[in-house]
Design a protein around this ligand. Structure first.
Ligand SMILES: [Fe+2]
Ligand SMILES: [Fe+2]
Length: 509
C-alpha cells in the first residue's frame, strides 16, 4: 500500500474517533515512525483508549513503542523486518452487471496480450478479422483466448481462439510442435498462435505460452534472514493438531530444539500464512459435528491467543482461504475485521487479500523479494483436468500445478476452476508481476520447487487426515513448516508432526 493511502486511513480512523486535525497535526503524521503500527494502535481501543487529543495519543503511542522495543529480543545482527503491500484487493460492494463479465474478460485478454505481444515468434501479429486478407498458406500470428477444444476423429486437436474482433478454428496435428501445449490447454487461457492460413482455419505450427522469462534472476538477500511459510491451520476443527501447533509456536519463540535451531528461529523475520486460518462454520453440511469450537469469533480469538506469543519483531502476513469467514469468490478481500478482530489487533500482522503481492526485506541497497500469495482454490481443477499433472499424481503434485499456472500467467485460467467476482477494471488473478516466491496452500500437501528462479511453495496443514480425504485417497502432509533462508534461497521442511508414511517425493526441480 502506498504511504499516502496509509495516511488517509490514519486520518479517517482519527476522524472516526472524533479527533479533528489541523494542518500542523497532518504534517506530524508524516513523521510518525512505523505508520502502519500507529494505525493499529489507534484502532485498538485497549491500547489507545478513549483518548481524544491527538498530541496525547501520539505521546502514548511513542511511549508503548519504546516499551515494546525494550522488551523485544535483540535483532541488531540483521536489519529489521520490512513488509510492503504491492497489491491487495479492496472490495467495493456493488451489483454486478453483464458488462462486468465482458469487461473482465477484456481486461484479462489485454493483460496477457501485453505479456505475449513482444515475443519474437509473434512478430507478424494480426487480429482475427484481418485474417481473410491473408493469402492461402501465408504465415500468420495472433493472440487468442481459447474458448473451445475438441479432438477430431483423426486425433488432431481443434481449438477455437477468440480475440476482440472475432473467432477462428485452430487445427493442431500430432506432428506439430504445438501439439504438447494444445493437449495441455484448458479453456479460457490466452495463447500466442503461429500457423498458416487455410480458408477459415489456421494450421498451428507453434503455440506460445505467456510464461516466465528465462532471464529472471535468483535474488539473494545480503544478510541472513529467514521466512516461514505456513497455512491451513483449520483451528476450530476437532482434528486440529494442537500438539504440533504448540511445538511450532515454541520453535518460533526459540524455545524448542538445539542452540542452532534457536539461532535460526531468532532470525525468522517473516511468517506467511496462506489462508484457511480457521475451520470456519457452515462450510459444508453437518460440519458442526466435526467442530471443537463452534463459534467463528471464538475460532479467531483462540488463534490470536497463539499468534500473540510470536515475538513482535517477526512480521506475520495473512491472506484468507475458503474456510475463513467471508465470501469464497475470488479475489477475496482481507479477513473481515468484525470476525477476526483479535487477529487484526496483533501489532505485527499485515492483512492482505487472496491473491496478493507483498514485498519483504527491502533496504536501501536491496529491492527485497516479491511474494505472490494465493490460497489455491483453483488447484484441484488442474490436478484433474491436465493429463500430465493427473498422470504424475494430480493433487499430490502442487509443484506441477503451480508451474502450470505460472506458465499461463494466471491463477485460474479456466473460469470454472474457481469462483470469482468479475471486475471490469482488472482481472486480479492475472500473474502480471513476476514474483520471487509463489506461496499457496489449500491442498494440504507440502512442496518446494523451483521454476525459472521462482520458488514455488505449497504449505502444509495443521489438521489430522479427515475421513473424507481418506475415502478419496487424498493424503495430506500435516504439521510441517517451510523455512526459507533468504541469503541462500535454500528451503527446508521442518516437521512438527510425525507421519513417516508420507515420505514419498512430492516435488522436482
Ligand atoms: Fe485448507
Ligand atoms: Fe482451502
Amino acid at each position: 500500500m502506498l504511504e499516502i493511502d496509509k495516511k488517509r486511513e490514519i486520518v479517517s480512523t482519527l476522524m472516526g474517533k472524533g479527533i479533528l486535525l489541523d494542518r500542523a497535526m497532518l504534517g506530524k503524521i508524516d513523521t510518525i515512525p512505523e505508520q502502519e503500527r500507529f494505525h493499529r494502535f489507534i484502532l485498538d481501543d485497549n491500547a489507545a483508549g478513549q483518548e481524544a487529543d491527538f498530541t496525547r495519543l501520539l505521546e502514548k503511542y511513542l511511549q508503548t513503542r519504546t516499551e515494546q522495543a525494550e522488551a523485544a529480543p535483540d535483532t541488531t545482527d540483521t536489519q529489521n523486518a520490512k513488509v510492503e503491500i504491492i497489491f491487495s484487493y479492496k472490495a467495493e460492494p456493488k451489483k454486478r452487471e453483464v458488462q462486468d463479465f465482458t469487461g473482465y474478460f477484456t481486461s484479462r485478454y489485454d493483460s496477457l496480450r501485453s505479456i505475449l505481444q513482444h515475443r519474437k515468434e509473434l512478430q507478424s501479429l494480426t487480429s482475427i478479422n484481418r485474417l481473410n486478407q491473408k493469402r492461402e498458406r501465408e504465415q500468420t500470428a495472433l493472440i487468442g483466448m481459447i474458448t473451445d477444444k475438441q479432438e477430431t476423429k483423426t486425433g488432431k486437436i481443434m481449438l477455437t481462439a477468440e480475440d476482440m474482433t472475432g473467432k477462428i478454428k485452430v487445427i493442431v496435428s500430432q506432428n506439430s510442435d504445438a501439439y504438447e501445449i494444445a493437449k495441455e490447454t484448458t479453456l479460457d487461457e490466452v495463447l500466442g498462435i503461429v500457423g498458416t492460413c487455410a480458408g477459415d482455419v489456421i494450421f498451428a505450427s507453434n503455440l506460445i505460452l505467456p510464461d516466465i522469462p528465462l532471464y529472471k534472476e535468483m535474488k539473494k538477500s545480503p544478510d541472513e534472514a529467514y521466512v516461514l511459510f505456513l497455512g491451513d491451520f483449520h483451528l476450530g476443527s476437532k482434528l486440529f493438531l494442537w500438539e504440533p501447533f504448540e511445538k511450532l509456536i515454541t520453535w518460533i519463540r526459540g524455545e524448542q530444539g538445539n542452540e542452532k535451531q534457536a539461532e535460526i528461529a531468532k532470525k525468522v523475520k517473516y511468517i506467511f500464512v496462506t489462508g484457511d486460518l480457521v475451520e470456519g462454520v457452515g462450510i459444508y453440511p453437518d460440519q458442526e459435528k466435526d467442530l471443537a469450537i463452534t463459534d467463528i469469533y471464538e475460532q479467531y480469538n483462540e488463534l490470536a491467543k497463539h499468534l500473540r506469543r510470536i515475538p513482535q519483531d517477526k512480521r506475520i502476513i495473512i491472506c484468507p482461504g475458503n474456510h475463513d469467514a467471508m465470501r469464497i469468490a475470488e479475489p477475496q478481500p482481507p479477513l473481515y475485521k468484525d470476525f477476526a478482530e483479535a487477529v487484526w489487533k496483533l501489532p505485527n500482522v499485515t492483512m492482505v487479500s487472496n491473491p496478493a503481492y507483498v514485498n519483504i526485506h527491502s533496504s536501501e541497497s536491496f529491492p527485497g523479494f516479491d511474494v505472490l500469495m494465493y490460497h489455491g482454490f483453483s488447484f484441484i481443477y488442474y490436478a484433474n483436468a491436465v493429463e500430465s499433472i493427473r498422470n504424475k499424481g494430480g493433487q499430490r503434485r502442487p509443484d506441477l500445478i503451480m508451474k502450470y499456472l505460472l506458465q499461463r500467467r494466471h491463477l485460474a485460467p479456466t473460469h470454472k476452476s474457481t469462483l470469482y467476482l468479475p471486475d471490469a477494471q482488472k482481472d486480479s488473478l492475472v500473474i502480471d508481476k513476476i514474483p520471487d516466491f509463489f506461496a499457496s496452500g489449500h491442498i494440504h500437501r507440502t512442496s518446494a520447487a523451483n521454476y525459472r528462479n521462482i520458488t514455488m511453495l505449497n504449505c502444509s496443514s495443521w489438521l489430522e487426515m479427515t475421513e473424507y480425504q481418506e475415502k478419496v485417497g487424498l493424503i495430506p502432509q500435516p504439521g510441517r513448516a517451510l523455512l526459507v533462508n533468504l541469503q541462500t534461497r535454500k528451503v527446508k521442511i521442518l516437521k512438527f508432526y510425525d507421519d513417516t508414511q508420507n515420505e514419498e517425493q512430492t516435488s522436482e526441480e
